[in-house]
Design a protein. Structure first.
Length: 269
């Protein structure tokens, strides 16, 4: 095998680590890839680590020990999160987003890969110290940001459906109260979706009264699993007393004034 130049090694290492956030790669893995000794790879990684630190691109974390290992942690700093949520609140405060009935149009942001990736990164950053086994969400608008959150945390994602499909196999159903409190809805999940005793993080795009979060908690109890965190892109200021109050959100929606064409949103951090 031909000798691999330092620049080539670094480019490959950066690509591998950033494409697989929070996945540990041993130094041996890179040694075999580039046909070099561990000290060479360690020097390369130290250089990459300094660059990422200087430009606030996330962190390159190393694991000591006989085998040794390295992984990329893309979590945002508080300043980065404040800057991003400030930009989001400005975008969402555009009066042209108001939909008849007092709703807000968000699909363009939720389904934009670049924006959605940053939302997932920010939500994952809120739960960086929480031990989880799965990221769980409900169809449909919560799926993109839950997927991006799961990618950052390097955890599998589970989608709770409104009704089952043939490919789900045996499912468990749960009735829950809608956010308005005037309608009972149904959610279901395949019995094969999560393992007994797992810890899950619930991610959704929006929370009003917390009915969906409460329903997820009760559904997970049927699976003998624990919801250890609830994160949403945006929560409403009212009602203050929600059915689930220990959530974390990126944005706080105070009011949608349909008559005067005003939207009042600010960062929740």
């Amino acid at each position: 095998m031909k000798k691999v130049r330092k620049a080539e090694r670094i480019a490959a290492i950066v690509n591998i680590l950033t494409e697989n956030p929070n996945q540990v790669f041993t130094l041996t893995y890179f040694c075999q890839m580039f046909n070099c000794v561990k000290s060479t790879i360690s020097d390369d990684i130290d250089g990459v680590k300094e660059v990422f630190k200087s430009y606030e691109l996330g962190t390159i974390e190393t694991i000591s020990g006989a085998a040794g290992g390295v992984y990329y942690n893309p979590l945002m700093s508080r300043d980065q999160m404040l800057e991003f949520t400030g930009q989001l609140s400005e975008q969402l405060s555009d009066p042209s987003r108001i939909i008849p009935g007092g709703y807000l149009y968000t699909n363009d942001l939720l389904y934009c890969p670049k924006t959605c990736s940053k939302i997932g990164n920010a939500l994952a950053s809120l739960f960086k110290d929480v031990d989880i086994d799965y990221v769980i969400t409900v169809e449909t608008k919560g799926i993109p940001i839950a997927m991006m959150t799961a990618r950052v945390l390097n955890k599998p994602m589970v989608v709770v459906r409104n009704k089952s499909k043939l490919t789900d196999g045996t499912v468990i159903y749960m009735n829950y109260m809608s956010s308005s409190g005037h309608m009972i809805k149904t959610m279901c999940l395949s019995t094969k979706a999560v393992k007994k005793g797992s810890k899950v993080l619930f991610i959704d795009d929006f929370m009003k009264a917390g009915g969906t979060a409460k329903g997820i908690i009760e559904l997970m109890q049927e699976f003998e699993c624990e919801v250890v965190g609830v994160g949403v892109l945006m929560a409403t200021k009212q009602p203050i007393q929600k059915l689930y109050h220990s959530h974390k959100s990126l944005l706080l929606l105070s009011e949608i004034d349909e008559k005067n064409k005003n939207v009042y949103i600010k960062t929740a951090l």
